[in-house]
Ligand binder design. Sequence first.
Ligand code: NAD
Ligand code: ZN
Ligand code: ZN
Length: 389
Amino acid sequence: MKALQWMGVNQLAVGDVPDPQLANPGDMIVRVTRTVTCGSDLHLIGGYVPFMRSGDVIGHEFVGEVVEVGSAVRKHHPGDRVVVCSFISCGACWYCRNELYSLCENGNRNPAITEALWGSAPGGCFGYSHAMGGYEGSHAEYIRVPYADVGAFTIPDDVPEERALFASDSVATGWMGADLGGVKPGDHVAVWGAGAVGQMAARSAMLLGAERVTVIDPLEYRLDMTRRHIGCETLREGYDDVGAALLEATAGRGPDVCIEAVGSEATGGPIENAFDRTKQMLRMQTDRPTALRHAIYHCRKGGSVFVLGVFVGIVDGFPLGSLMNKGLTMRGAQMHGQRYIPMLLERMSRGEILTEHLATHELPLTEGPHAYDLFKNKKDGCVRAVLVP
Ligand SMILES: NC(=O)c1ccc[n+]([C@@H]2O[C@H](COP(=O)([O-])OP(=O)(O)OC[C@H]3O[C@@H](n4cnc5c(N)ncnc54)[C@H](O)[C@@H]3O)[C@@H](O)[C@H]2O)c1
Ligand SMILES: [Zn+2]
Ligand SMILES: [Zn+2]
């Protein structure tokens, strides 16, 4: 079958790989009908996640049609339309039973790498390096879905697949940021990053009752989309006085909840970001925490900061003094999608969460390298590029 493969840093190619086979009774095989680029893939493509091997198939957000189920699969049948959570979780370990699905003890087949890096291993993820389990990704004609009854969900008849596609990752991620960030009715929420994840975090905060939501990004075309489709306020990083505007909007206190949806490749103020880039190039830090620093700095005293953006390792210039002295709560997580996807599909069916606008580009799988060029380099107004195998 055809698949989009990582061939080296900043090198992608469409090649022929073996068709997936059932490996365990809980597996199923899905014919991928739509799969989409994600900001997380950029960290792999740029070589910031050093656990890729040439030929690895990337992609982790997808919908498709069930074509074959293992003997233990109960929920799914050939012909079903499903959306699959990007994180792979067993559904039975202590973490899964406590709805902390991305921390699953069994989803990652290579736990030693992240145990050494982080102290213990999170679960696995499709197409996301050998550190996250070494699973084949979704930018392919077919994919094996382990723990199918836990991670795959039937798409309601009245939800178009173009919308359901985003439940597999960015909507669930955004919802988790607002939920675990502790958004309450009446809150002012600020979100750094106007990609799909940031926009969905903002929408989720609104649905959880936030009174005011402000999204911050340097790219005007993404802010324009956010204002039109999410319906919240925006500030342009590098152009607006973000700090003054956030204080003015909150009676001088600052936002109650600050959500970072940017991650390790943040851009930003010329001096600060040049410092971050140099340290990253010299391997004195693995990630650029530019936006995270801003989220901590601007958060109100006693507020909470939730890190949705992906970080790999160690960062420099972390404002611990601000965090401690302002009494902030800071959390982060890979998304616990299995906990939220059924509820999100219901909201999609009621039209409370719409995602079609995020798919600014739709291309055949064979144009995968071009799709990532548009997405990575923010060309032609790209927010997400959908691949159709
Ligand atoms: N936690 C999870 O489970 C999970 C799931 C999916 C994605 N992610 C991560 O979330 C992040 C966002 O994903 P995405 O697909 O929306 O990515 P994206 O690349 O489309 O969007 C990132 C946005 O951040 C903006 N940005 C850069 N520097 C900034 C700054 N200093 N201040 C404000 N905005 C800034 C960029 O202009 C861009 O619009 C990525 O790091 C991705 O890896 C995490
Ligand atoms: Zn993703
Ligand atoms: Zn588990």
